[in-house]
Design a protein around this ligand. Sequence first.
Ligand SMILES: [Zn+2]
Length: 239
Amino acid sequence: MPLPESETIALRRDPLLPPEPCPVRWRRSARAQNVWLHICPAEGAVVVTLPQRVGRNQGLALLTEHAGWVMQRLAALAPERPLTPGSSVPLGGVEHPIRHDPGRRGGAFLEGGAIVATGQAEFVPRRVRDFLRAEALRRIWASARPHAEALGVAPRAIRLKDTKSRWGSCAPDRTLAFSWRLVMAPGWVLDYVVAHELAHLREMNHSPRFWALVEARTPHRKAATQWLRRHGPSLLRVG
Ligand SMILES: [Zn+2]
């Protein structure tokens, strides 16, 4: 039987409790040595990685064995936050309510501490997301310019991605990529990620020389790393 891509299975977190639905995504890996489980905050699912020639049953056995851990971790995920009117979204670390003003034009924009989305209600989430992405690019560039000048480097391009595990990356062709979700983090966190990737244009490694460059540009890097570890997963639950 072919492996389904994802499914919902019934798991008991405790043998005495009734089974609860658990979203599962199956992943086949040629490099994996063992069956392993991890929680994906963006999907709100447990991902089961199976080596070649290992069947779904072995994955199910591991899931059942660790059902308590899996269900507890899934329950602890921040709730999903849709970009709909009446909800709010952090921008630069500050919550901004989302308002819908169907009578106006101009996509979505900032007004009086709120994000105002215009047009039809069904397009509000997309408009807010487009606004956040545009704002992300604007803020990343604003942060990048002084660091690039101080480091004496110039990125070839800056692109936005929706990566689940990396906030920024630097390609050998000097293109930098950042998660658009960084726009939701406080400005000093975004600033650290930008300085980190720009410093890779001088040092394509994580050597002491590289860290000295980053440290000189962003003395708050440790706090920023901690912030991302602690709050990063909840940013993956937005939109
Ligand atoms: Zn790096």
